[in-house]
Design a protein around this ligand. Structure first.
Ligand SMILES: O=P(O)(O)OC[C@H]1O[C@H](OP(=O)(O)OP(=O)(O)O)[C@H](O)[C@@H]1O
Ligand SMILES: NC(=O)CC[C@H](N)C(=O)O
Ligand code: SF4
Length: 504
């Protein structure tokens, strides 16, 4: 038996597709492999709201479920606008006119803990013992369920089912303490992945978890400071890049500038998410001194050395496969061309709600220029294979179009394990490489050969000037840098899942 049941691909007729057109937008927009979030913040700039809006446009690839901005002029209550959908759908002129101030934080969400609905959209704003606070979070807090149960037993009333909200409730417990101290105290109890921006009355605080799973960079524009998940947003806004917020570092920004509240952890203990370089981050971003597109080109070169093949043409699976395919072509000397045309109006590939819809989405996403592959031996380079939906459909296309051989090359190792640090990978049972051997994957995809980049090649491709810098590779290796409770899953904080602890 070659094919695990969840991977079976039912055929799709145009009649079965028609009702799908009426499925609500939110339920369809389910990104591969569940994206993650983007955070953005402006402190001390008169155009904070406009800058945040454009910043979120630049971070849109990190989350397409919901978007929001909270703004403050330092005198009036925070103004906040959040909605489901893309930045362009959430922020019309009326929404933008409702926001003002020289401080703002923004968020684009892809849910990893708590369902996708308006209640869970960020920033999350509260009024508590610390005054007004608004929080935007990228990552996943692995002990959120324990923290929440403890807080609820002490009377906390939660308004969302996200992990992020526990940070605000922890802060609220520090009655009478400065907001900086409350933030540090909350972070001391929080385990897992977080790149955070927090807006308080007259300052913005920011933090990265000790492993630095998710990126966060600091820049300067005129007299103001900007924080962004990725540097591509700085380029767009002509923001001067100052530095990355370091793993474990906590800062505050106010009228007097940037203050380090907690010094970084040694870089040796870092566990940057290596999959940011493979797929998530935009190729024009630079994370820890490594440009993402350059890293991807190196991955393609490594792959060509590891799995050489006699062929006539290298083609990428756009978009994320583009640079790796370029590197493969450069290293192998096999000509490069675009044979798949990507429809950019559909976002990144969807995984939900059913395999039927995934198949449909893959068909909308990519179309083949048949003339460019007919009679050719083709190497198809993609950044990753998760369920195999994309690769299987693309091989079938290439064969129908008359390609004489189809060789698949993947610019990261096989995905065999779940991520609990801010990427909503499907459960391991639906990961192709968790279920099948490489030989069986090759036959499932109907490819003439298959080659995945290995961990060493991937690490080399992401090699940093800081040579001791560490990466998280858990979804490939199963070696998790931060321990988590077994059975952790996305719905863990939904009301009926909570198991209150005994009051202390
Ligand atoms: O094995 P699967 O489950 O099909 O998932 C893997 C595919 O999905 C991603 O593309 P996506 O459309 O999300 O993004 P991209 O256009 O940025 O590459 C990825 O680049 C692979 O092509
Ligand atoms: N992908 C993310 O970083 C999401 C942040 C947070 N865990 C949420 O689900 O809202
Ligand atoms: S498990 Fe994979 S996706 Fe998750 S943080 Fe680690 S490298 Fe990134």
């Amino acid at each position: 038996m070659d094919r695990p049941t969840p991977l079976l691909t039912p055929s799709l007729s145009i009649l079965t597709l028609v009702p799908l057109c009426f499925v609500r937008y939110e339920s369809l927009v389910r990104l591969y492999p569940g994206e993650e979030c983007g955070v953005f913040a402006v402190c001390g700039h008169p155009n904070a709201v406009t800058l945040s809006t454009y910043g979120l446009y630049a971070l849109q690839h990190r989350g397409e479920e919901s978007a929001g901005i909270a703004a403050s002029d330092g005198k009036h209550p925070f103004r906040i606008h959040r909605g489901m959908g893309l930045v362009s759908q959430v922020f019309d002129s009326a929404a933008l006119a409702s926001l003002s101030g020289s401080m703002a934080i923004g968020h684009v969400r892809y849910s990893t803990t708590g369902s996708s609905n308006l209640m869970n959209a960020q920033p999350i704003a509260v009024v508590c013992s610390q005054g007004e606070l608004a929080l935007a979070h990228n990552g996943d807090i692995v002990n959120a369920s324990e923290l929440r149960a403890r807080l609820e037993n002490r009377g906390s009333i939660f308004q969302t089912t996200t992990d992020s909200e526990v940070i605000l409730h922890l802060m609220a417990q520090r009655v009478g303490k400065p907001v900086e101290e409350a933030f540090l105290w909350a972070l001391d109890q929080t385990e897992g992945a977080y790149a955070l921006v927090l807006m308080a009355k007259d300052k913005i605080l920011a933090a990265r978890d000790p492993q630095g799973f998710r990126p966060l960079s600091l820049g300067r524009l005129d007299d103001g400071y900007i924080l962004s998940s990725e540097t591509c947003a700085f380029d767009l806004l002509h923001v001067q890049f100052l530095r990355d917020i370091a793993p474990g570092e906590v800062i505050s920004i106010d009228g007097d500038g940037v203050h380090v509240l907690r010094a970084p952890r040694p870089i040796e203990t870092a566990a940057f998410c290596i999959f940011e370089y493979v797929y998530f981050a935009r190729p024009d971003s630079t994370i820890h001194g490594i440009n993402v597109s350059q890293a991807r080109i190196q991955m393609g070169r490594e792959l060509a050395r590891l799995y050489p093949v006699e062929a006539d043409l290298v083609i990428p699976v756009p978009d994320s496969g583009n640079y790796a395919a370029l590197g493969f072509s450069e290293e192998s000397g096999i000509p490069f061309n675009f044979a798949f045309v990507r429809n950019h109006y559909i976002g990144r590939t969807f995984l939900q709600p059913t395999q039927l819809i995934r198949d449909f989405n893959v068909r909308i996403k990519l179309n083949l220029v048949q003339e460019s592959v007919r009679g050719k031996r083709v190497v198809v380079v993609d950044d990753s294979i998760v369920r195999g939906t994309t690769a299987r459909a693309r091989v079938a296309n290439l064969r129908e179009a008359g390609a004489s051989e189809v060789h698949i090359r993947v610019s990261c190792p096989p995905h065999r394990f779940a991520c609990h640090y801010g990427i909503d990978f499907p459960d391991p049972g639906s990961l192709l490489a968790n279920q099948l051997t490489l030989e069986r994957i090759q036959s499932y995809l109907n490819a003439d050969s298959i080659g995945y980049l290995n961990i060493d090649g991937l690490l080399r491709a992401c090699g940093s000037p800081e040579s001791s810098m560490g990466f998280c590779t858990a979804c490939f290796t199963g070696r998790y840098p931060v321990a988590f409770r077994r059975g952790l899953h996305k719905e863990i904080l939904e009301r009926n899942q909570l198991t209150p602890l005994a009051a202390k």
